[in-house]
Design a protein around this ligand. Structure first.
Ligand code: HEM
Length: 198
């Protein structure tokens, strides 16, 4: 690897996102374990509520034209409808209407979308657990954890490429990373409050 490729790797937005949010990701895994999401169907339903609210937060950001221009395949992304149907299967109707991203601007918003898209990778494990423990599936109660029709890896790779090729400057990259940290914080708050979600 020559010096300039090395520089490119160092500057890669996706690499920075991964490295600079690593401790938040670890925290999510701990919170997931503590949530006992797979210990009972009631806990699983509360976890599905957290997924639903987070997806609503993220999908609110899809309404921005700048986001639409950068990410042309938004229509295949987002899982709030899937989560809503899962909640119906589980007999739960979400009571909250507000979204946590009202004041999130571009390009910070891309950091939130990063958290949501990346979470589809870990969801592969959660999907298997929901199948094994409860017999849930991509057609019942675990739609929001199922892979996108094209497959998780392909859709993720396309997202990574879009962000890396967009040519953001350092300030913009910093804003996107700040947005990702906000996204993780929001999901962490939902997980910590899981029992009280309505
Ligand atoms: C038990 C829970 C979880 C497990 C086991 C898990 C596991 C994983 C795994 C295996 C990857 C792929 C790593 C790679 O290929 O390099 C990943 C990536 C990721 N996960 Fe999770 N995850 C969990 C929860 C979450 C949650 C709750 C979120 C956010 C709401 C999240 C956000 C992400 C993100 C953003 C990435 C992409 C990292 C990158 O930039 O490459 N994960 N996760």
């Amino acid at each position: 690897m020559n010096a300039s490729t090395n520089q490119n790797v160092q500057d890669s937005l996706m690499l920075r996102l991964k490295q600079e949010t690593l401790s938040e990701h670890d925290r999510m895994e701990v919170l997931m374990k503590q949530s006992g999401a797979f210990e009972s169907k009631e806990n699983y339903a509360q976890f599905t509520l957290s997924q639903y609210y987070f997806q609503k937060d993220v999908e609110n950001l899809y309404l921005d034209e700048k986001v639409q221009r950068l990410i042309p395949d938004l229509d295949v992304r987002g899982r709030s409808i899937a989560a809503f149907k899962d909640l119906e299967d589980l007999g739960v109707s979400p009571q909250q209407q507000s979204v946590a991203t009202q004041t999130v601007a571009y390009p910070e918003s891309l950091g939130w979308i990063y958290v949501s898209e990346g979470s589809t990778l870990g969801a592969a494990f959660l999907f298997k657990e929901a199948q094994a423990k409860f017999g849930f599936s991509a057609d019942f109660a675990a739609r929001n954890l199922a892979a996108y029709p094209e497959g998780r890896a392909i859709v993720w790779k396309r997202f990574k490429q879009t962000l890396d090729e967009a040519g953001f400057n350092e300030e913009e990259k910093n804003q996107i990373i700040a947005g990702a940290l906000q996204g993780f914080k929001r999901f962490g708050d939902l997980l910590e409050d899981l029992k009280n979600l309505k």
